[in-house]
Design a protein around this ligand. Sequence first.
Ligand SMILES: Nc1ncnc2c1ncn2[C@@H]1O[C@H](COP(=O)(O)OP(=O)(O)OP(=O)(O)O)[C@@H](O)[C@H]1O
Ligand SMILES: [Mg+2]
Length: 90
Amino acid sequence: MSVDQSAIKLSNVTVKFAGRSGVVTALRDLSFDVKRSEIVNLVGPSGCGKSTCLGLVAGLRAPTRGDVFVEGKRSLSRVTMLASCSKKTC
Ligand SMILES: Nc1ncnc2c1ncn2[C@@H]1O[C@H](COP(=O)(O)OP(=O)(O)OP(=O)(O)O)[C@@H](O)[C@H]1O
Ligand SMILES: [Mg+2]
């Protein structure tokens, strides 16, 4: 990783969930960078999407649209990767 490369980068990320009463947009067109050694707080009212955002960075879910990069690599949802892996019976 180069010195000025972002440790975490979200680029135009949207996340939608299929809720009981329709589609919920948890994140809409969110972009930000976190450089190595930076400390960032996510602050906002309940339901604004903090946990959804952390879930993307942790690889627990994939964005509906946009890209998530961790250490310069596109972060794929580990759940998606496991599903793909089990399809190939690896
Ligand atoms: N699995 C899910 N299915 C449907 N809707 C969801 C799901 N997970 C989150 N949501 C919805 O997405 C929005 C963002 O939720 P999220 O949990 O990310 O918010 P939060 O900022 O972490 O809230 P809190 O401060 O209460 O923890 C909310 O409207 C929530 O109801
Ligand atoms: Mg939360």
